[in-house]
Design a protein around this ligand. Structure first.
Ligand code: ASP
Ligand code: MG
Length: 414
């Protein structure tokens, strides 16, 4: 008998028919002799619908009370757990649903993006011992003072992994509307291939560079507690992708995946005075407003001044421009320019650590298609290029071909 955690995303519980489908799958696992904990998201579109209601109360994008936003959006998962628990019971198995606070998913108090600190497994264990299928609301928790918190968009993935870690589950399966992790977005590149396995670090890079299958924090959590995640489809029986610890065989692939992100905008400050404290002034002002800067590039200075370019999420573009323009006057920079028509394309692979010419191959492949590279950044297992957004798809396809990602390596055939 194994302890299995299964997580079903919004599309998998998007209608009563689909909830029944999930109930059948869960029951099947139970009847194979396992204990099952199911973590669910809100029904498809529900979280967006709730946020839209709130937005109507926020003219001129005034900031809303985040504590109340959490109370609002946490309601989506309350609906789906109840429906799933009832669906399971009508099919003849015992179930019990729990909200985050009922099983003490304790988080910090950072509303709308809280982090899980601890999970009290007692109540879940009791229900399991009582032969029940346990259905837990994803995405939500409670802070030390009893306020409802949520974990950020896509947070149910993290709930599932945290529960799997907390209860030392044997398996954590994340069911979604795709059947695994692909070398790149199959909607962009027909030749994208499903990976049998991918390491935590590669998955983290792909997720932070724009791949949307798993919430980044869920992968961080899984890595920290060495929980293998099996990403698979709730609509079929095929094996998905295992996100797990790396091993030697995985290093054979130089590039494992390609991600793209169209949700970035670029800001350049010209003629920044070259003296200590200037970058600190600019980026503290941005950080204070909660804006997360991605790439930063500073030129070598000539005549005691330099240029500074960086990227921010598109949603924060206007606000960032305003903040930076203000700072520019204070520090005596020349001018600020912005460009929203950019995208970031990244290649990711742990094999890069041991291969020398990966970046140059990437640049050459883009050059052959006349795609101009505006910014470059690298990490040990990633190279990212900012390009004009209309070339995004082309860049992804060209790189997929260059690194022959459609070909399976021997290690995966074993
Ligand atoms: N319902 C939340 C969202 O839409 C959490 C999740 O689905 O993982 O982001
Ligand atoms: Mg999701």
């Amino acid at each position: 008998m194994a302890l299995v955690v299964q997580k079903y995303g919004g599309t998998s519980v998007g209608s009563i028919e689909r909830i029944k489908n999930v109930a059948r799958r869960v029951i099947k696992t139970k009847r194979q002799g396992h204990q099952v904990i199911v973590v669910v998201s809100a029904m498809a579109g529900e979280t967006d619908r709730l946020l839209e209601l709130a937005r109507q109360l926020a003219p001129q994008n005034r900031e809303l009370n985040e504590r109340e936003l959490d109370v609002l959006v946490a309601s989506g998962e309350q609906v789906s757990i109840a429906l799933l628990a009832m669906a399971i019971e009508t099919m003849g198995e015992k179930a019990c649903s729990f909200l985050g606070h009922q099983v003490q998913v304790l988080t910090d108090n950072a509303h709308t993006r809280a982090r899980i600190k601890k999970i009290d497994s007692d109540r879940i264990r009791q229900a399991l011992a009582d032969d029940r299928i346990v259905v837990v609301a994803g995405f939500q928790g409670i802070d030390e003072r009893g306020n409802i918190t949520t974990l950020g968009r896509g947070g149910s993935d993290t709930s599932a992994v945290a529960i799997a870690a907390g209860l030392q589950a044997d398996v954590c399966e994340i069911y979604t509307d795709v059947d695994g992790i692909y070398t790149t977005d199959p909607n962009v590149c027909r030749r994208a291939r499903k990976l049998a396995r991918i390491s935590y670090d590669e998955m983290l890079e792909l997720a932070s560079q724009g791949a949307k299958v798993l919430q980044i924090r869920s992968v961080e959590f899984a890595k920290k507690y060495a929980i293998p995640i099996h990403v698979r489809s709730s609509f079929s029986e095929v094996e998905g992708t295992l996100v797990c610890k790396e091993d030697k065989a995985m290093e054979k692939a130089i590039v494992s995946g390609i991600a793209y992100n169209k949700n970035e905008a670029k800001i350049t400050i010209h003629g920044v005075p070259d003296r200590p404290g200037v970058a600190a002034a600019i980026f503290s002002a941005i950080a204070e407003r909660g804006i997360v800067v991605d790439m930063i590039i500073q030129n070598v200075s000539a005549d005691n001044s330099t240029d500074l370019t960086f990227t921010v999420p598109k949603d924060d573009f206007q606000r960032s421009l305003e903040i930076v323009s203000g700072i520019c006057r204070e520090i005596g920079a020349e001018n600020v320019a912005g460009d929203e028509h950019v995208a970031k394309v990244s290649i990711v692979g742990i094999g890069m650590r041991t291969h020398a010419n990966v970046a140059s191959r990437m640049f050459a492949a883009l050059a052959r298609e006349n795609i101009n590279i505006q910014m470059i950044s690298t990490s040990e297992i990633k190279v990212s290029c900012v390009v004009e957004d209309k070339y995004t798809e082309l860049a992804v396809r060209v790189l997929h071909d260059e690194f022959q990602l459609d070909r399976e390596l021997a290690q995966e055939e074993e």
